[in-house]
Design a protein. Structure first.
Lengths: 708, 257, 304
């Protein structure tokens, strides 16, 4: 190579090298983008799953509902009085109100005492707060300093509450002789404490008056936040929206308090487990005898929702999650196990109790589960034989495995073309004109139906089944049916007339040529129809089901309407997967059977179908998944009644599937928590359905590669 | 052979699939601008060995290697693999043209290297197709799909495609085994033409083909352990008329294989 | 002499044939009944006023004062579907490429079943997450007056997440179906893996990827319940909330599908017929999209 040639080669080599660097760089960038992309997608998808799991989990380990029959009172004092005087009563109150009037019930065998709370043996504890509208000054500041000091906490203990751990020493030198009035209101739990402190303060500051009013924590927080009082009292944590709303409000913890379970003094029980208390307050245990006490219906005393004590009770006893985390924290695994078990029982109850109407989504989902199962059953019963049958016909008889019927294809007489063309033309004219008049539509529809009937008869004729008079009789029968079932009479009248006409044509010997035109074309038309059906959006199936089954056939909103609409919905799926499954069965199976003298149907029933079974089952399970998930179609055909069908065979009754229930919980009852619970149940169902699909389709592919 | 006449050198090279040793301590020097044939009974690792040169075995995660393979003194495992594969082209057992037009198949390589000048591409396409002795048959319809050609034509298209990136070495993995006898003859003729400009290494199970087409032959052998070893490497004439090793002789004379 | 088995054979064949013809009959019935039920509305109100009318306000007792214009809902359905496609397709196809070509087996083993699971989750569950998490988030993130969180943005996001698994699964299958010898051929010529993906694998998987996207579009257009849950269901014609045209995505609307399902159980007369008319329009839209797509796919496959 000469010099210029060498230079040219070197130049190209440099070019190539630079280009190489560029390509590697592009690849790195592209892969980086793809990793990020995938990361984002995976993040989103896993977020959805985990969000649902967590929210659903929160529902299952969260608070259960207080029973409706509970008696609601407005203060700790009232609880004490009610429980003390009502036989068979049970209630809960703050430690500060534990006196001899009521019987104290130990929780899991642990007595509600200050030392047990401090040692974490007694789990139910909350913080007591004082709140001021703004940064405290003057007498209020001094009071708060005193309360939060060692001396103040000694008083706390005296009164029966659990002290803060503090090392603050109160500097009484700062105390000036205060005058005026200090208004205090809020939680009755904190009230006895405040009254005691007021008493002590009055000794040093006789000119200072305290007005202390007991209401409930929520009222106290609100009053302090709105600066209507000097000091608010609360026995629960301040909620986020309250902090946001009252920006200047200051919060001071002053003590801890436990919530004790108390009962009427005549109840001979010493202790109850947390689960038992929860079950009593939720109405799952109604008689003292169920927990080892005397025979008598339990009277449940509780507080209303503005109460801080109720808040604590709801969080600690009616919920399971705080107890579970406390159990882990303190190494008390018995507590953990108890409450995990209670959560499991809650899940079980959720699954087996009926949903209750009304706001809040109370109750469980048992009837929705049974409705879903009933619906799946009937839909499959209708769709599976028809779908599998259609697929068998398409593949085994008319299609790849069937071969043609051996008749020669003869060109039809020219006047057949005239008849068919004329009918189509007539139909178009009538339909277009029929948009302006119902008669046209009916006649036009009748003509179309006639064509289909001709096709049907034509092919049947090729199959050798009916004589001409059989067809005529069939037509007359169909016409008769229309007299007894007025809802179908429009369709049946047209069909009946058509059959009679067809019989006549058959008698005239004109149907035979039709077979040769129609026969080979049935399959493509059917396949096209199946593909079309598969692409139709589900709401159209809903409209169709509503128009035909619910309205025209007068089946109304009912399980049979739903099942019929659902069957139309999943028919394409079943046909397609069955076809695929049948095609994987080797030809040799069929040939072997036929060679032994079996008929085609015997071959199909005993050899081909069993071999294709895994694929068919896959299709059926896919259909089940579709029915379980489908909402719109069943909303307009099954209805949404919370009352379920009374039995599997109650085809005329409405019902509600799980997805419909979820929809209703969100849109009608505004109950996101049980909705999340229902979503979890649905997800678990889908997981099992997917597992089923994977199992059966892998069996099918193993058959393809390994065993067959 | 002198250093400048050696294109590829393999030193103490072993290859493992996981824990299974597929090739054991291979030592060989492939001469430049000659046709080297690799023969041996089936399952002795010929294809695996061939794919070493353009590092196609890297695509299999469980593969592990020992030893050195060098091209013109440079360790191929330290080179940029993309560049290596441009310089060492490959023709596969089954023709695998892309589902694109004939033109796009051949122009694929150059385009990928950044060449977009239409005129240059046309030139390269024609040159490569001529080099693969396919030009006259397809020149009138370069837009036709590569998949529409006959088996033999497809294989020549793949060769043209490989030529288009101007490699130094062309590896051929049983290139004619999927073709009919006439097409096979065309391929063999083509190989003889190509060796003027390219170093060619060809794996074949057809001994007569190896004898017809190659200048040097490497004989690989395996026993029940299924580990392949290089038994003998020499000028083709010597291997086929007077081999040194008895195993070579047994294979040549058809006592096994 | 006919064996009883032969006679049984004949009858069975007859019934199987009926089953096969059933699909044709159902398609026919669906078309017939949908058109038939919508006839009243098209007659009384007129096709133009229904399809292009911008006001939807049915008053059961006063037909003269009622409006049945669904153009606002066509608009809403299109916006939401477009939004879902714009968000979902790039991420979905990119993820499919990643899973098929780049992901290590360990990642793929976890991600693929997760994606399959998500593909099977009912749409109301997505609507639930949208209502409980997404809508409040949008409401707080964009504190414009009139923005309640419900609307097109929330719906597009929910739809995009719903069609992602479908697109990823089908596109990934299509890419994996491309035979390995194409990849080998390209790599052996000295191309980088990325070039191989872009120039050989993706073009070869083209029709499968497009099929995945079409399926996604179909699912988006046809989605009903999740849309009802997050789109707000306002019958006002959609318009931006402020001067900024982007706030169109924060306004509420109602999809064609939502319109149908919300009224069907109680509507009567012309109102009910108008709901069927909505169904007809929806059906036509989907048919058009599917046919267009099928043409595109066929042209592309022919080229390859």
């Amino acid at each position: 190579m000469n010099a210029t040639g060498e230079i040219a080669v070197r130049k190209t080599q440099e070019q190539v090298k630079a280009n190489l660097q560029k390509r590697h760089l592009i690849e790195k960038v592209a892969f980086g983008v793809l990793w990020l992309n995938a990361g984002a997608v995976i993040l989103v998808l896993f977020f959805v799953i985990f969000y649902l799991l967590i929210q659903g989990g929160k529902f299952f380990v969260g608070e259960e509902n207080l029973l409706e029959e509970a008696v609601l009172v407005e203060s700790n004092e009232e609880v004490r009085d009610e429980v003390a005087t009502t036989p068979y009563a049970i209630g809960y109150l703050s430690f500060g109100y534990l006196d001899g009037a009521t019987k104290t019930i130990k929780l899991n065998g642990v007595e509600p005492t200050i030392s047990n709370v401090e040692s974490d043996a007694y789990p139910v504890v909350r913080t007591l707060y004082l709140l001021t509208p703004a940064k405290p000054e003057g007498e209020v500041k001094v009071l708060l300093d005193y309360i939060q000091s060692i001396s103040g906490q000694e008083i706390v203990v005296e009164q029966g509450y659990v002290p803060l751990k503090t090392t603050e020493v109160f500097d009484s030198a700062a105390a000036v002789n205060f005058t005026g009035v200090v208004t205090v209101s809020g939680s009755t739990t904190v009230q006895p404490l405040m009254e005691k402190f007021a008493e002590i303060f009055a000794v040093e500051h006789p000119d200072l008056a305290f007005i202390i009013e007991g209401s409930e924590s929520t009222a106290g927080i609100k009053a302090a936040g709105q600066a209507k009082i000097d000091i608010g009292m609360s026995s629960r944590d301040i909620k986020d929206h309250e902090i946001r709303r009252y920006e200047d409000m200051q919060v001071f913890p002053i003590a801890y308090d436990g919530i004790a379970i108390v009962a009427h003094p005549d109840i001979p029980l010493d202790t109850l487990s947390v689960n038992q208390v929860r079950d009593i307050f939720t109405g799952n245990i109604t008689n003292w005898a169920e927990v080892g006490g005397p025979d008598g219906d339990i009277v449940v005393i509780s507080r209303d929702t503005a109460s801080g004590t109720w808040d604590g009770f709801e969080k600690w006893i009616l919920s399971k999650n705080l107890l579970i985390s406390k159990g882990f924290e303190t190494g008390n695994f018995r507590l953990v196990f108890q409450n995990v078990w209670a959560s499991v029982k809650f899940v079980w109850r959720f699954l087996v109790s009926k949903p209750l109407p009304g706001m809040g989504g109370l109750g469980g989902i048992s009837t929705t589960i049974t409705t879903t199962i009933y619906l799946v059953f009937w839909t499959l019963l209708i769709a599976t034989p028809l779908g599998v049958g259609a697929a068998i016909y398409l593949v085994e008889y008319a299609g790849e495995m069937g071969g043609q019927s051996g008749e020669e294809v003869r060109a039809p007489s020219w006047w057949w073309y005239v008849v068919i063309a004329g009918a189509v033309l007539l139909f178009i004219i009538l339909v277009v004109g029929g948009l302006l008049g119902k008669l046209g539509l009916v006649v036009g529809g009748g003509i179309i139906f006639a064509l289909f009937a001709f096709l049907l008869i034509g092919v049947l004729y090729g199959e050798g089944v009916p004589r001409w008079w059989v067809i005529v009789i069939l037509g007359v029968v169909v016409l008769g049916v229309g007299r007894f079932l007025p809802s179908v009479c429009m369709v049946s009248d047209v069909a009946g007339v058509v059959f009679v006409l067809a019989g006549g044509l058959h008698f005239a010997g004109l149907l035979h040529p039709m077979v040769n035109i129609v026969g080979p074309n049935v399959v493509p038309v059917v396949r096209f129809a199946v593909e079309t059906l598969a692409g139709v959006p589900s709401i159209i199936f809903g409209l169709f089901g509503f128009a035909l089954f619910v309205t025209a056939m007068h089946l109304q909103l009912s399980m049979i309407s739903g099942a019929l609409a659902g069957a139309c919905l999943i028919l394409p799926t079943i046909i397609r997967t069955t076809e695929e499954a049948l095609l994987t069965v080797p030809l040799s199976y069929r040939e072997g059977s036929l060679a032994l003298g079996a008929t085609k149907w015997q071959t199909n029933w005993q050899v081909v179908l069993p071999a294709a079974l895994p694929g068919i089952v896959t299709g059926v399970i896919l259909g089940v998944g579709r029915i379980v998930s489908e909402t719109a179609v069943f909303y307009v055909t099954l209805g949404g009644s919370i009352h379920p069908p009374s039995s599997l065979f109650a085809l005329g009754e409405q019902g509600r599937t799980m997805v419909l229930h979820l929809y209703s919980l969100m849109m009608d009852a505004n109950a996101p928590d049980p909705a999340m619970g229902t979503a979890i149940v649905l997800i678990v169902t889908i997981i099992f359905i997917n597992l089923g699909i994977n199992y059966f389709s892998s069996r099918l592919s193993r058959r393809l590669s390994g065993k067959a | 052979m002198t250093a400048s006449e050696i294109k590829l050198e393999v030193k103490d090279y072993s290859l493992y699939y996981g824990s299974f040793k597929a090739l054991d301590t291979v030592n060989v020097q492939i001469p430049a601008k000659q046709v080297t044939a690799i023969i041996g009974p089936s399952g002795c690792g010929k294809s695996t060995f061939l794919r070493t040169f353009n590092r196609m075995n890297d695509l299999i995660p469980v593969v592990r290697t020992e030893g050195n393979v060098m091209m013109e003194g440079n360790n191929i495992f330290s080179m940029d693999v993309v560049d290596l594969r441009r310089r060492i082209g490959m023709v596969f057992q089954r023709p695998n043209p892309f589902p694109k037009s004939i033109y796009d198949n051949v122009a694929y390589g150059p385009r990928m290297n950044g060449l977009c000048d239409k005129a240059r591409l046309n030139e390269i396409v024609e040159r490569s197709l001529r080099g693969a002795v396919l030009w006259d048959e397809v020149k009138d319809d370069l837009g036709k799909s590569g998949l529409a050609l006959s088996g033999g034509q497809q294989q020549r298209l793949c060769i043209a495609r490989a030529l288009a990136v101007e490699p130094d070495v062309i590896l051929m993995d049983e290139p004619a085994s999927a073709l009919d006898p006439i097409a096979t003859l065309h391929i063999e003729e083509l190989i003889r033409t190509l060796k003027k400009d390219y170093t060619i290494v060809i794996v074949t199970h057809n001994m007569q083909q190896a004898a017809r087409v190659s200048d040097y032959t490497a004989f690989f052998y395996t026993d029940e352990s299924r580990t392949g070893i290089l038994v003998e490497f020499d000028k083709t004439k010597k291997i086929f008329t007077n081999p040194e090793d008895k195993r070579t002789e047994d294979y040549i004379t058809g006592r096994f294989g | 002499m006919k064996r009883s088995a032969d006679i049984a054979d004949r009858f069975v064949r007859f019934f199987l044939l009926i089953s096969a013809l059933l699909s044709i009959i159902i398609v026919f019935l669906i078309a017939a009944y949908t058109f038939k039920e919508s006839e009243l509305a098209f007659e009384e109100v007129g096709v133009f006023k229904i399809v292009f009318g911008q006001k939807w306000h049915p008053i059961p007792d006063d037909p003269a004062a009622s409006f049945y214009g669904i153009w606002g809902m066509v608009y809403a359905s299109v916006i939401v579907t477009l939004g879902a496609i714009i968000l979902g397709v790039p991420f979905g196809v990119g993820c499919a490429i990643f899973l098929a070509e780049i992901a290590p087996e360990s990642i793929h083993k976890i991600v693929r079943p997760a994606v399959e699971l998500l593909a099977g989750i009912p749409s109301v569950v997505y609507g639930l997450v949208g209502m409980v998490w997404l809508v409040p988030l949008i409401r707080t993130l964009v504190p414009i007056p009139g923005n309640q969180g419900f609307g097109f943005l929330a719906s597009s996001i929910v739809l995009a997440v719903m069609i992602l698994p479908t697109i990823v699964n089908i596109a990934e299958d299509a890419i994996r179906a491309v035979p390995d010898y194409y990849r080998e051929g390209s790599l052996a010529l000295g191309s980088t893996k990325w070039q191989t993906i872009v120039r050989v694998v993706i073009p070869a998987a083209r029709s499968g990827i497009v099929a995945a996207i079409i399926l996604g579009i179909g699912r988006a257009l046809g989605e009903t319940m999740a849309m009802v849950m997050v789109i707000g269901n306002s019958t006002e014609f959609p318009a931006p909330l402020t001067n900024n045209p982007l706030t169109l995505f924060l306004s509420r609307g109602r999809t064609l599908t939502g319109n149908v399902v919300m009224g069907l159980n109680y509507a009567a007369g012309v109102h009910r017929s108008a709901l069927f008319a909505t169904g007809v329009v929806l059906f036509v839209m989907i048919m058009v999209v599917n046919s267009l797509a099928r043409i595109v796919v066929r042209r592309w496959s022919a080229q390859g």
